[in-house]
Design a protein around this ligand. Structure first.
Ligand code: SF4
Ligand code: SF4
Length: 262
């Protein structure tokens, strides 16, 4: 079981304006040390980017590089980078050149050494930050100065946050009612739609899905061609199945049940 706010090392809470000095570059003596013996939870958008970068099917990506665990509070499945299978290191780290997938690295890697927490409030999501000061990290001895906001922008984390916001909200909303009952079939459906996008696409176009759900031609075309559009559609579909949205743009044909994920 996994908690979303894991791996917090002596957290110091920060606002977007909080300042810190930091620089990570190949010249630091600890180069790539943070790319191992840690837990990286992959978001749906992380997986979309990584499988695209590697040019492989989402199912292959999940099988080769990740393991599935259950999020303790919501009962929903999480995808974790499977470092133990690669000797405790990230499968994409290289000793001299560093990150093999740098421009498509996950949100957690972009934020580091800033950690991110999130709470659900009546007004919506309350995202907050903290500094992860691990003793081995020499980046704090460098002079470049940031605040959380300039760091997020520099690392491209703000765009990732935008893409991941709905996923986080779903996990938290499910958690906020205490651990809800969730069937194995619902867990499998969530896993496929959120993380195994290529399988979700096959599910839409090769099962009875389009006879059960009313999806207009334009949307069908877009989700056939574009992974990001498919992910957006997936958010809508999951929110409808799990009854956390009253969005009527995806509707069930009369008297039909939701099809099984497999
Ligand atoms: S431990 Fe810190 S300074 Fe060293 S490589 Fe990782 S982020 Fe960079
Ligand atoms: S994805 Fe890249 S930055 Fe992230 S842990 Fe792996 S090698 Fe390091």
């Amino acid at each position: 079981m996994v908690d979303l706010n894991m791996k917090v090392v002596r957290p110091v809470k920060m606002t977007p304006e909080s300042r810190f000095r930091f620089k990570c570059h190949p010249g630091v003596p600890c180069f790539t040390e943070c790319c191992g013996r840690t837990t990286i939870i992959l978001t749906p958008y992380d997986i979309l980017r990584l499988k695209g970068r590697l040019g492989i099917d989402s199912g292959d990506f999940l099988e080769r590089y990740t393991r599935r665990e259950e999020h303790e509070q919501s009962g929903l499945p999480l995808v974790i980078m499977d470092m133990p299978r690669y000797g405790g290191k990230c499968p994409f780290v290289r000793p001299v050149t560093g990150c093999l997938v740098y421009s498509d690295r996950p949100a957690t890697c972009r934020y580091y050494p800033v950690g991110q927490g999130v709470l659900i409030t009546e007004e919506g999501l309350d995202e907050f930050y903290f500094l992860v000061r691990e003793p081995h990290c020499k980046g704090f001895e460098e002079q470049d100065e940031w605040n959380v906001e300039t760091w997020r922008k520099d690392q491209g984390a703000d765009y990732y946050d935008e893409m991941n916001r709905e996923w986080k909200a779903m996990m938290l909303r499910r958690s906020s009612f205490g651990k809800p009952d969730i069937t194995e079939r619902e867990q499998d459906l969530f896993y496929m739609v959120m993380y195994d996008l290529d399988q979700f696409r096959r599910f839409i176009f090769k099962s009875r899905f389009l006879t059960i759900f009313q999806v207009d031609d334009d949307t069908q075309q877009r989700i056939w061609e574009d992974d990001l559009e498919l992910l957006r559609f997936g958010y809508k579909y999951i929110k409808m199945v799990f009854k956390i949205s009253d969005d009527k743009s995806l509707s069930l044909a009369p008297q039909e049940a939701v099809p099984a994920a497999t």
